[in-house]
Unconditional design. Structure first.
Length: 104
């Protein structure tokens, strides 16, 4: 069974998927074009990881997010939907561990 962890990382654009093994055939972090998922879902995950980067105040990263409550909620909803779509597309041979921490 294949296993990935799902979370967004500041400074990492293009994926929210992390194999347990750094020597994974899917890359580390996972490269979306190496996974058996459709182009639409790959584009959504890529877009979410890029969008997430703007949630960080790059002048002072440990400080509060520049996003307001509405943008955080929109991101959280889309991130959860993408996780569910990912699990459905990958199917039963895969485990995707939810490590996503909703923005609040």
């Amino acid at each position: 069974m294949e296993r990935l962890r799902y979370f967004f990382e500041a400074g990492v654009v293009g994926t929210a998927l992390w194999p347990d093994d750094v020597d994974s055939p899917y890359g580390y972090p996972a490269e979306l074009d190496r996974l058996p998922i459709g182009a639409a879902l790959a584009a959504e995950l890529d877009g979410l990881s890029e969008w997430f980067q703007s949630s960080v105040d790059w002048d002072y990263p440990p400080g509060p997010s520049p996003w307001g409550r509405d943008e955080k909620e929109r991101f959280n909803v889309r991130a959860r939907a993408a996780l569910e779509a990912l699990r459905a597309e990958l199917g039963p041979g895969w485990t995707v561990v939810d490590r996503f921490r909703p923005l609040d």
